[in-house]
Design a protein around this ligand. Structure first.
Ligand code: FAD
Length: 535
């Protein structure tokens, strides 16, 4: 690590994940001397491209761009810094037993035609429900890039808050409020059972939901994902956008880092922060693990709330009830990742012979709602299921920069594995997890096992140790109703501020939550700049 150029900055951002880089850029753009300190030797957090075998690179953690805010792309001019996304088309596809593949195209009518092969009634439901969901999602959209309602605001500030919310929702009808409430509180499983009759169609819609969440599809609150995935993203602000990022997800954070550098942000890697300096209730800077102190009047943490408040501050520096609330954040991550280099492309049973490379670039293995529920039941007891829900992306099909000719890169996200195993450790079970994933894939793509040239298995424990995600939670805290909106990260502290003056949070643990969106970083930076103006 090369040292920082100065001993004092106006703002220090702890963590160079995509939200930390976003926040740093907006702060520097407003004229603040800003430093980013990242514990790993690369920037990007869990939005990175890394070498998994000589000459072969993969999006080791996050793997598809869906809700990256167009405002962030434009403001930071990420396109000119090399960001290029190719829309996923289809946006997803399930591969089911019986040599069945069902793609979900961006064109609804085309998807309805695919669904009609299984049920005419479901095809009609799909069009009706999709239109309704898109309309409801549009009400939530504006809240993405602004702070959640400040329920503690009083007097004139309270009135302004009420007006802000009223402006956003005044067009919503009584029946839409009821529908929105049902989506926010209901279960995905019940919703699917009510609206669709074909198990294959239910599996298709399930496959677009619940990722990274703790809780089976019949758990209340899981229907929310239906709305979440219809928020817009990409260069053209398209609802339900999903994109392959050329060069892997690290191209997003690579472009963000380049934008930040251009704006004057300094960045240190291999520079873990050991402690946030605070005295008299004010943040003063940070102490690195190597003992160096760097001062700043603003400290912004991109680390998750538990890591920030329980790891980087002494207990006496925080109010007891706040600390207890942070301790209570539900975090246990239910996900793992397996990345592979293959000598040949997976040949998925049921894939039409004329399917183009983009269609062949993704397939999800989750045969039914019941299957998913069973996986969750095992995982919640600390077991990792024999059969797994696996979401595969063959990134090299759309991006030849990732591997030499003739080699293929497949990343596989695994849903419903426990962070805490009832028996044994993840280090003992890592290869078994990899074997089970391969076995699951082999059922639908039998050529895969013999084509594997390299395999990287990232367990929930690795997500914690390597990527700094407490309990392996990919969203810095479960996306459940009681941890969203003005309850994120904890009630009373949803405005990116903390009980320590000058210390802010800017990561996925804040509103609007996880995913590669840039929204928490954007919102936090705007909050800080407003506070500075006010003072
Ligand atoms: C396996 C996996 C798959 C995913 N798939 C997708 C997907 O396909 N699409 C999608 O949109 N989202 C996906 N996500 C979620 C998404 O990647 C995250 O929610 C998001 O990237 C979080 O960004 P962030 O900047 O808030 O935090 P992070 O990316 O976690 O960044 C935080 C940074 O802080 C650093 N840090 C922590 N503590 C310290 C310290 N003490 N000192 C210095 N630095 C520190 C960390 O090293 C890290 O770089 C996935 C995540 C994972 C893990």
């Amino acid at each position: 690590m090369i040292g920082p150029k100065r001993s004092t900055y106006e703002a220090i951002v702890i963590g160079g994940g995509h939200n930390g880089l976003t926040a740093a850029s907006y702060l520097a753009r407003a004229g603040l001397a800003t430093l980013v300190v990242e514990r790993r030797d690369i920037l990007g957090g869990c939005c990175v491209t890394e070498e998994i075998a000589p000459g072969c690179r993969a999006s080791t953690t996050s793997y598809v761009a869906s809700m990256l805010r167009p405002e962030v792309i434009r403001d930071l001019d990420l396109g000119s810094h090399g960001l290029r996304m190719v829309p996923c088309e289809p946006t997803l596809q399930v591969a089911l037993p019986g040599k069945i593949t069902i793609p979900w195209w961006s064109d609804n009518a085309r998807t309805a035609a695919e669904i009609e092969r299984f049920s005419k009634k479901d095809a009609e439901s799909f069009l009706r429900v999709d239109a309704k969901l898109k309309k409801l999602a549009r009400y939530l959209q504006p809240f993405f890039l602004e702070p959640p309602p400040d329920v503690g605001a009083r007097g004139l500030a309270g009135l302004m808050e009420l007006l802000r919310i009223a402006k956003r929702v005044h067009r919503i009808s009584g029946s839409e409020i009821a529908e929105l409430t049902a989506f926010l509180t209901g279960s995905l499983g019940d919703f699917l059972d009510r609206n669709y009759e074909s198990e294959a169609v239910k599996a298709l819609i399930l496959a677009n939901n619940v990722y990274g969440k703790h809780g089976g599809p019949y758990q209340n609150g899981t229907a929310l994902g239906l709305l979440f995935h219809l928020l817009s993203g990409g260069d053209h602000d398209q609802q339900g956008f999903m994109g392959h990022v050329i060069g892997g997800m690290g191209s997003i954070t690579g472009a963000m880092a380049a934008a930040a550098r251009k704006l004057g942000v300094e960045m240190l890697t291999s520079a873990p922060v050991a402690k946030i300096l605070a005295s008299d209730g004010r943040a003063r800077g940070v102490v690195l693990e190597d003992g160096r102190e760097i001062e700043a009047r603003i400290v912004v943490s991109n680390a998750d709330p538990k890591r920030t408040f329980l790891g980087l501050l002494d207990a006496f520096e925080l109010p007891e009830d706040f600390r207890r609330a942070i301790e209570g954040i539900k975090m246990a991550g239910p996900s793992a990742k397996v990345n592979m280099v293959l000598s040949e492309e997976p040949r998925v049973d049921g894939m039409p012979s004329d399917a183009d490379p983009r269609r062949r670039a993704l397939f999800t293995l989750v045969p039914s709602l019941e299957f998913a529920e069973r996986c969750y039941d095992r995982a919640k007891l600390g077991e990792f299921p024999e059969e797994l829900w696996v979401d595969c992306v063959v990134a090299s099909n759309v991006d030849d920069s990732l591997a030499p000719e003739g080699k293929h890169i497949m990343t596989c996200f695994v849903q419903y594995v426990p962070y805490a195993l009832a028996e044994g450790t993840w280090d003992e079970n890592r290869e078994e997890l990899g074997n089970r994933v391969v076995k699951m894939i082999a059922r639908q793509a039998p050529n895969v096992p013999n084509a594997i040239e390299a395999r990287q298995v990232i367990t929930p424990l690795d997500l914690e140790r390597t990527y700094g995600l407490t309990e392996g939670n990919i969203f810095h805290g479960d996306l459940v109703l009681d941890q969203l909106f003005f309850m994120r990260p904890v009630a009373g502290w949803a405005q990116y501020r903390t009980p320590i003056s000058g210390l802010y949070l800017c990561g996925a643990g804040t509103h609007p939550g996880g995913g590669v969106t840039g929204a928490p970083g954007y919102n936090a930076a705007h909050r800080i700049l407003k506070d500075l103006k006010r003072h």
